[in-house]
Design a protein around this ligand. Structure first.
Ligand code: SAM
Length: 225
């Protein structure tokens, strides 16, 4: 699949693109491309924002600038199947949405900055607005990385162990519940013991225990013990 990120700070993604699972996904034929709104702005002097109508603090990313960036990126007519504007007030990202997005052939992520993006982008240029949580970040770049990461780890070939993304927190395999706890050596440390069942070698009991722990964490609501 293709993920296109529109941003004023493409350099932020250098680190992200260098991460192994992202490189794996790219090596497996997926793409993560970056587009800088400034490279295609129709305004002079690299302008991309303006003061908000009605007054108030901060600047707003202009609709004509975002439209120009999309037109320039998709001049070949190969438009994304979903265009997501990143906004604190959008639909909250969860595993259901991540799965939905991972099944798309081509997704664009529009990062905002400053006070936000002109609402006409959300109304006319985007298919959805997505939030990574009920708090405000300084810009959409980290949100774009979170969304891209949640998608990419679901793509075949991204993870070292393909099964890792099948049975994990909130997956269908665990009926949407948080994952069960994991332990490794030593079996006993400072008197803190690994649950006996995990040392038993009885795969059926281990499986039953794990599903029960997952359900219990889900019922708690917090995912915490
Ligand atoms: N004035 C906006 C508000 O009160 O919701 C906050 C704007 S924020 C400083 C700038 C940009 O960061 C937003 O346009 C959006 O792209 C991104 N952003 C901030 N918080 C986000 C979140 N929780 N999820 C997704 N994107 C977010």
């Amino acid at each position: 699949m293709k993920i296109d990120v529109f941003t004023l700070f493409p350099d932020w993604f250098d680190w992200f693109l260098s991460q192994r699972h992202v490189r794996n996904a790219v090596d497996a034929g997926n793409e993560l491309r970056l587009f800088n709104y400034r490279d295609s702005t129709p305004l002079g002097g690299g302008q991309v924002d303006d003061a908000p109508y009605g007054g108030g603090a901060g600047m707003v990313l202009r609709v004509d600038v975002v439209d120009a960036a999309l037109r320039a990126a998709y001049v070949d007519g190969r438009e994304p199947s979903r265009v997501l504007v990143l906004a604190a007030s959008g639909r909250q990202l969860d595993d259901v949405l991540a799965r939905e997005l991972a099944s798309e052939p081509h997704v664009a992520l529009l990062s905002g900055r400053y006070e936000g993006i002109d609402e006409r982008v959300r109304d006319h240029l985007a298919s959805d607005a997505v939030s990574i949580g009920p708090y405000v970040l300084s810009g959409g770049e980290l949100a774009a990385m979170v969304v891209a990461d949640a998608i990419m780890r679901k793509l075949p070939g991204a993870l070292g162990h393909a099964d890792s993304a099948v049975e994990e927190s909130f997956s269908e395999a665990l009926e949407g519940a948080p994952e069960y706890p994991h332990y490794t050596r030593p079996a006993s440390y400072r008197g803190w013991n690994v649950p006996e069942v995990l040392l038993s070698g009885d795969h059926a009991r281990v499986r039953e225990w794990r599903l029960e722990e997952s359900r219990r964490r889900g019922a708690d609501g917090s995912g915490e013990d």
